[in-house]
Design a protein around this ligand. Structure first.
Ligand code: GDD
Length: 364
């Protein structure tokens, strides 16, 4: 079997009774990878990780904001493109001619999706539709497409830890948009044989995350209080929720391994397999703060519906790729605080982000 640019791919097709055929490919170097949402939180870390770990050629789609990849300037091929624009997307794919695509661009704030369901659906569905249609229309023999969904597709878990067989019962507009993205991806895989791997990352945290996510929300306030820019009161939402937090630098390592070893047609959870209470994040940050801080619950930060506990069963990604997270939870939280201390100092706080940047949409 011969793949794009004569790269041998294959050879394995596995059939599990009653299931879609699962095809495993082995990527052959050199690889051109296209990351949508490269200017976002996860996208920028993925670019950095691939530059360290591979000699792949890295192409990325950006819209307005490039600050997260500024330090990688000259080592990436960046294309400015509105992914809801079909013709622009076709031109972008034709130019990048990727072997592998990682589709991260999204409106990714769960909280914001309640206030902006229309934009969440529009952004998350249209960008992926444009991208998959562009692959079809250009006829480029992409070897693998990673569609990044979310554990939000599961909704309130019926059992813990949540494995991939858990039904999709999303309760947030964001979760529904991600479930729809998955169905769309599956349709292109079944009908057009696009080599799609679906991924459901659980919560991830780390440097360069924007406000709107709990760890960044808390750490940014601590940094502002330390700098004397805010009274010594931290405003918080629901502290009893428990989430499965993994460092973004570990999450992107899983994405690389899934590009290499993930099975086409398969869906993978990516998470640590351990849940932490939001209170634990707060406790780590308050203990690390250079000044005393009081805590105040802000009713505006409480959500209409908030899953009490989420915990991932990562057995499949481990079995198929050997991935395990390496960075301890406490280290990640402290790194987020250090990142915010620096950002507050350099006034890089309210960065102009767009809906086309992964894990860093437009709404606070
Ligand atoms: N954002 C935020 N800000 N959340 C808070 C706050 C706060 O000040 N205080 C408490 N929380 C609680 C939320 O109510 C929620 O229970 C939990 O902290 C985590 O909130 P987020 O960090 O906003 O994450 P999320 O679980 O809603 O969504 C994130 O993870 C998903 C995977 O589980 C996002 O990264 C999604 O894009 C991702 O799919």
């Amino acid at each position: 079997m011969v793949g794009f640019r004569g790269c041998p791919i294959g050879p394995n097709t596995e059939r599990t009774p009653g299931r879609t055929a699962i095809i495993t490919y082995t990527l052959r170097e050199p690889v051109r990878v296209l990351i949508t949402g490269i200017g976002g939180f996860a996208g920028s870390h993925l670019a950095e990780h691939l530059l360290h770990q591979t000699d792949w050629e890295i192409w990325g789609v950006v819209r307005h904001s490039r600050w997260r990849v500024a330090h990688l300037q000259g080592r990436l091929h960046l294309i400015t493109c509105d992914l809801t624009d079909q013709e622009a997307t076709v031109a972008m794919v034709r130019r990048a001619r990727p072997d592998v695509i990682v589709h991260l661009a999204a409106q990714s704030r769960v909280g914001a999706s309640w206030q902006h369901p229309w934009e969440t659906y529009r952004t998350n569905l249209l960008t992926q539709l444009s991208l998959l249609e562009a692959v079809m229309r250009t006829g480029i023999a992409v070897q693998r497409i990673l569609v990044i969904a979310s554990n939000e597709v599961y909704g309130p878990p019926l059992y813990l830890p949540v494995d991939e067989a858990h039904p999709m019962r999303p309760v947030t507009p964001y979760g529904v948009s991600k479930a729809a993205q998955e169905l769309m991806a599956q349709q292109y895989a079944l009908a057009h044989h696009l080599p799609i791997v679906r991924v459901r990352p659980f919560n991830h945290i780390g440097p360069r995350q924007d406000k709107g996510f709990v760890c960044a929300d808390f750490a940014s306030q601590v940094a502002r209080i330390e700098a004397g820019l805010q009274p010594p009161v931290i405003r918080v939402g629901n502290l009893s929720a428990r989430r499965d937090f993994t460092d973004v630098r570990d999450v992107v390592a899983a994405y690389r391994l899934l590009m290499l070893h993930g099975r086409v047609g398969e869906v993978y959870n990516v998470g640590r397999g351990e849940a932490y209470a939001i209170q634990e994040i707060l406790d780590i940050l308050l203990a690390a703060s250079r000044v005393p801080i009081q805590v105040e619950v802000d009713p505006a930060k409480l959500r209409p519906s908030d899953v009490p506990e989420v915990r991932c069963n990562p057995a499949r990604v481990r079995a198929h790729t050997g991935w395990t997270p390496k960075i301890p939870f406490r280290r990640s939280v402290l790194d987020v605080l250090d990142d915010w201390r620096q950002r507050v100092q350099t006034a890089n706080v309210d960065t102009p982000t767009t809906a086309h940047e992964s894990k860093g949409g437009r709404h606070a």
